[in-house]
Write a protein that binds this ligand. Structure first.
Ligand code: RIB
Length: 294
């Protein structure tokens, strides 16, 4: 079994600020940093750091060489990354003093994913392999459709939510990862139990993993329903906490098949990630997560 993450790569420009800038305001940032990010890259890195064999497919521009080094560091295979004549995707991220973020995205190369590229990449994978998807690249609907048609199991994080996320995409998910805001946008409910039921139906009986910020996370699927409190930590930066959670949950469920264990592992990894700055650099390694006393 192999894991293919077909998703975005963004150069993150992270501004640490006292408070988020408001309309008409000009504010001084306390510091600025550049990190590798993008939900596709972050989730591939998290799953690889958690011990899965992961390939990352997507598009970068001439300015995207740094991702090859970072993938090598995390053990992510880059054979399916394409270079295109458009700058690599980018994000301007404000992080306030409470560790909250707001993100402005420019799709760039991520929006040049084509059907021909998707066909070529998917041909290298087999039924039963896992396809990790998010919503920051072009041709997502085709990718989900083709992945499912070829028998790949789909781990879908429909983030950021927009009109590209259709019922046809959702019903292909074997695992659906959403936060409470996305859950409400998709199913109109805010009560976690109701969300698990409704979203479970929307992904044709697949498993739903719902993250609830400081209230923890929960799972609904064929094995039943499970809950996991969040581990209390001092929050520095929440960027990529959800991506870390997704990669770690997937690695653990594929290894052990136990949703309770996967939720716990993912919650621990995400708790460690929010104590550190950045996206890729904040994602812990498996030995750090296993050793963490929480
Ligand atoms: O989930 C965090 C990521 O969202 C950042 O790395 C940014 O690039 C955006 O894709």
């Amino acid at each position: 079994m192999r894991v293919l993450c077909f998703g975005s790569l963004n150069l993150d420009h992270i501004y640490n600020v006292q408070e988020f800038v408001r309309p008409g305001e000009t504010c001084k940032a306390l510091s600025v940093e550049e990190h590798c990010g993008g939900k596709g890259f972050n989730q591939a890195a998290a799953a690889a750091k958690a011990g899965l064999p992961v390939s990352l497919a997507g598009c970068i521009g001439e300015d995207g060489g740094v991702f090859l080094d970072k993938c090598r560091q995390a053990g992510v295979d880059t054979a399916h990354l394409s270079r295109v004549e458009e700058p690599t995707g980018s994000a301007v991220i404000q992080v306030n003093q409470r560790g909250e973020n707001c993100i402005l995205l420019y799709g760039g190369a991520n929006q040049l994913v084509t059907r021909a590229q998707i066909d070529q990449v998917l041909a290298a994978f087999e039924p039963g392999d896992v396809l990790m998807l998010q919503n920051e690249i072009s041709e997502l609907a085709y990718l989900a459709e083709e992945g499912a048609r070829r028998g790949l199991r789909i781990a879908l994080n429909p983030s950021p939510m927009n009109s590209q996320i259709t019922p046809a995409i959702l019903e292909k998910a074997t695992w659906l990862f959403v936060n409470e805001v996305e859950a409400e946008q998709l199913c109109g409910a805010s009560e976690p139990g109701v969300c698990l039921q409704r979203l479970g139906r929307m992904c044709s009986g697949g498993s739903v993993i719902l993250t609830l910020g400081s209230a923890g996370s929960c799972y609904g699927g064929p094995e039943g329903t499970f809950e996991q409190p969040a581990f209390p930590v001092s929050v520095v930066d929440t960027t990529a906490a959800g991506d870390t959670f997704t990669g770690y949950f997937l690695a653990d469920i594929l290894r052990n098949g136990d949703p309770a264990s996967a939720l716990r592992m993912a919650a621990k990894a995400a708790a460690l990630a929010v104590t550190r700055k950045g996206a890729f650099d904040s994602i812990p390694w498996l030995n750090e997560v296993e050793a963490a006393q929480m």
